[in-house]
Design a binder for this molecule. Structure first.
Ligand code: URA
Length: 229
């Protein structure tokens, strides 16, 4: 049970102070009957707002096909942002929806977004070894020793003290490869390729854990399923 003013603000409908007006206008029903006061308590599943059930009362997980040219930041100075592609109400949820890690502005592909901190932790903590698959195009031929080096668990990136966890490199053509990682360091794919003398000219993430695009086109997204990996 949660107070109605807290519920309305938790799920992004209005602020706690606006809740009184929403309730007075009979926009909020509990078990089919108009709510009476912001302090009244209810289970989110028994509440209707403007005739609709509360959106994703158990948390939300969004799978987006991140388009090139959008940042994963909410700073208006860096727009356009992937957050512009989502319903405004989801950004007002508290906690708000946030990306699970980030993709660079020019990277495309699977981006997960959630308001569930536990999911963020499970998907990003190196301890859980969630696999992410990247497809990269390089500006120069991939050297023969790259796959062995990436798999070795000894590759030390510039400025870091801990070597990268073993990663699987599959060379598709001289300048095209798939790289599977189980961690997510800053610009990791680009820095790993830079360590063997290659610049990444195009980067696409085709899978994050069990989540793939499954037909989503750039800028499209779908919700859920909200399950632990
Ligand atoms: N590694 C990178 O270098 N960039 C990304 O966007 C994701 C992984």
């Amino acid at each position: 049970m949660i107070r109605l003013d807290a519920l309305l603000s938790r799920f992004g409908y209005c602020t706690r102070s606006e809740a009184r007006a929403w309730i007075k206008a009979a926009r909020v029903l509990i078990n089919g009957a108009p709510a009476r006061s912001p302090s009244e308590k209810a289970r989110p599943h028994s509440v209707l707002i403007d005739g609709q059930p509360v959106e994703f009362p158990d948390g939300i997980l969004i799978v987006m096909h991140k388009p090139a040219g959008c940042v994963c930041s909410r700073d208006p100075a860096e727009s356009p942002s992937i957050y512009d592609l989502l319903p405004a109400r989801w950004l007002r949820r508290n906690p708000p929806v946030t990306t699970v890690g980030r993709l660079d502005k020019d990277t495309t592909g699977v981006l997960l977004i959630t308001d569930d901190g536990e999911i963020v932790h499970r998907l990003t903590s190196p301890k859980h070894k969630i696999s992410k698959l990247y497809e990269a195009i390089l500006d120069t031929d991939i050297p023969a020793h790259a796959a062995e080096l990436f798999a070795s668990g000894t590759l030390l990136l510039d400025g870091e003290e801990k070597p990268c966890l073993p990663a699987k490199l599959e060379i598709i053509s001289p300048r095209e490869a798939r790289l599977e990682l189980t961690e997510g360091r800053y610009h990791q794919v680009k820095r790993m390729f830079a360590s063997v003398g290659c610049n990444v000219t195009r980067l696409h993430r085709s899978r994050f854990g069990d989540h793939a695009l499954d037909g989503l086109t750039p800028g499209e997204w779908r919700v859920g399923p909200h399950i632990f990996p």
